[in-house]
Design a binder for this molecule. Structure first.
Ligand code: CA
Length: 226
């Protein structure tokens, strides 16, 4: 059964979300503080985490940063659920490694759709085992691992999906809109600058091997194997 952990200090909201997720067939757990949520996630890693940004103890962004630093939890899907709906908030949340961002107030139906979309994306990542290679980069889908000249490079779930998509479509230009839609699963809802920021970080992590990701001016990106 798919388990969802809700970190939310508004009891009524947490109760409503839990009720609806259970009715949709999910197993749920909730915590009303950041520290409590982290402890629960570590004790029993969930498949997906719904994370409020304004918590009484630790800021949601900090909780997310700690999750992404934890080897056991860094691949857990996270949806930020926040009252802060500015584009800069969304971009920041996604840059911290969240898979999606839902703004309060939201409809329960919309939240369920987002939850299912993020979980589907996670399943697709598992697909048939494949090893993709280009230049010094090796990406192993079954082990969810990237190596450059045999040294492991630790990527977030989003960076991994981005690199995998570029590798699978080697030599074909990918527009920012296509990447947003296929990697993030969203239709240009957030600024395409998010793609640029993630490409930049991915290149930095890959070091000189990352040079095979080319910028196609005014269009998008292309991975060109040597
Ligand atoms: Ca709150």
């Amino acid at each position: 059964m798919t388990r969802i952990l809700i970190i939310e200090d508004e009891q009524d909201l947490a109760g409503l979300v839990e009720y609806n997720l259970r009715a949709a067939g999910f197993e749920t757990e909730s915590a009303n503080t950041g520290a409590g949520g982290l402890a629960r996630a570590r004790a029993n890693p969930p498949d997906l985490l719904l994370l409020d940004m304004m918590l009484p103890d630790i800021a949601g962004g900090e909780v997310l940063r700690m999750l992404k630093q934890d080897p056991e939890l860094r691949k857990t899907s996270v949806i930020i659920v926040s009252a802060k709906g500015q584009e800069s908030d969304r971009v920041q949340g996604l840059e911290l490694g969240a898979d999606d961002y839902v703004v309060k107030p939201f409809s329960v139906r919309e939240l369920l759709l987002r939850v299912k979309a993020v979980l589907r994306r996670g399943d697709a990542d598992e697909g048939p085992a494949q090893v993709l290679a280009a230049g010094d980069i090796l990406l192993d889908t079954s082990r969810h691992q990237v190596r450059v000249k045999d040294v492991e490079v630790v990527l977030t779930a989003l960076e991994f999906r981005l690199l995998r998509t570029l590798l699978e479509r080697s030599d074909r230009v990918q527009t920012r809109e296509v990447l947003l839609s296929d990697v993030w699963g969203i239709q240009a809802e957030i600024h395409t600058r998010t793609v640029d920021t993630h490409i930049k970080r991915l290149r930095e992590k890959l070091g000189p091997a990352g040079d095979i990701i080319e910028t196609v001016r005014g269009v998008g990106y292309k991975l060109s194997p040597p």
